[in-house]
Design a protein around this ligand. Structure first.
Ligand code: EPS
Length: 366
């Protein structure tokens, strides 16, 4: 049994949707917990005025009855409130009446750093909006809703995932990060940053060294690189390991009263593509957001002439939002690996397989 996530939705379309398949029957979901994560994703210093328009809330259309999963596909929806301003421009069907609201004129000024130009070239679009709407990080709202479901599943087997912003624009989060954002906003510029995700309670044995598709580090890496604006990933000490000797780099094995453990965790909880019982640690680098209020050079695709890129309402930074999205993406991937390992149709089956496995391995979560 595995877990899959399929999403659809454009940034200013009517809604974002997700279908999660593979959740066992009998998992209790808490709407307020899912909404709390959606709210966390909307927070953070430097976010755009769009966040005052959106009040993200989860709606469940299928797969849940009286707050418990049915073991059938779970259909989740998060509406885009801003769609009211784009009803003509983003109408799924040919719009009726005269053009009103936003998105009525074709976008022909691609932004360096966004999917605008490669997307328009790939699909043969004359209006870059046909590419940018889906490429937008607005999509991450529904990833967070699905991640909240995955976190609920993981909590049943004692796994907890947490993402946090570490750096914004090269400054530490907190006062320095906020000043960096203020300075960038003043210069009509944008910032990126670094986020760390940690997962505790992950038992040894998730993922496998057997194939690339099963390697847990490759899977966590792909889940993180699949988030908009993420350009780099490291697991554990990552690139720093490349500058160490083997004697300094590896995590020595010890046995204490709680079972087998490690003196250090430079591997970030994964060896040979398999979780080793230590905390899973991943760090990601986010590029500065590509929509600049002081636009970069571009070319007008309608005329072929040099021009300035599209200027749209933008966040100055979204690193704190990324921390929530990255937490969700890692949680989903770990939940998928846990479903593969422990299987079961009902939550009782899933929990029982986990309990039995822990009796076999010489490991206690710490
Ligand atoms: C985004 C552009 C901005 C961001 C958006 C991601 O949207 P808009 O063009 O409507 O101002 O605000 O992020 C969100 C709406 C969100 O909820 O995170 C982009 O191009 O990626």
């Amino acid at each position: 049994m595995t877990l899959t996530l399929t999403t659809a939705g454009e940034s200013h379309g009517p809604a974002l949707v997700a279908i999660v398949e593979g959740i066992p029957a009998g998992l209790g979901l808490d709407r307020t917990a899912i909404d709390a994560d959606l709210h966390r994703r909307q927070q953070g210093y430097g976010r755009s005025p769009r966040q005052q328009l959106e009040r993200d809330e989860v709606e469940v259309l299928a797969g849940l009855r009286h707050g418990r999963t049915l073991g059938t596909p779970l259909a989740i929806l998060v509406r885009n409130r801003d769609h009211a301003n784009w009803a003509w421009g983003m109408s799924p069907w040919p719009p009726r009446g005269g053009a009103t609201g936003k998105g009525t004129k074709p976008v022909t000024l691609p932004r360096p750093g966004h999917a605008d130009l490669p997307g328009a070239m790939k699909y043969g679009f004359d209006d870059v909006r046909d590419a940018l709407e889906r490429a937008s990080a607005r999509h991450t709202a529904v990833v967070v809703a699905a991640g909240a479901v995955a976190k609920t599943l993981l909590a049943e087997v004692g796994v907890h995932v947490e993402g946090r912003a570490v750096e914004i624009g090269g400054a530490d989060v907190g006062e320095a990060g906020r000043s960096a954002i203020d300075a960038a906003r003043e210069d009509r510029d944008t910032l990126g940053g670094i986020v760390e995700v940690r997962a505790h309670g992950v038992p040894p044995g998730l993922g496998s060294y057997a194939t690339r598709a099963e390697r847990l580090d490759a899977r966590v890496g792909a889940a993180l690189l699949g988030i908009q604006a993420v350009k780099g990933v490291e697991i554990g000490d990552g690139f720093a390991l490349a500058r160490m000797r083997g004697s300094e780099a590896h995590d020595e094995i010890v046995r204490d009263e709680r079972g087998l453990a490690r003196r250090t965790n430079r591997a970030g909880g994964i060896e040979g593509g398999v979780s080793n019982g230590e905390a899973i640690v991943a760090r990601i680098g986010m590029k500065p957001l590509p929509t600049l209020m002081r636009p970069l050079d571009s070319v007008d695709l309608a005329t072929g002439e040099p021009a300035q890129a599209l200027v749209e309402r933008s966040d100055v930074a979204a690193v704190e939002a990324l921390a929530v999205v990255a937490e969700s993406a890692v949680a989903f991937e770990l939940a998928r690996a846990a479903r593969e390992k422990f299987g079961g149709d009902s939550m009782d089956d899933f929990r029982a397989a986990h309990r039995l496995y822990l009796e076999r391995v010489d490991w206690v979560p710490r």
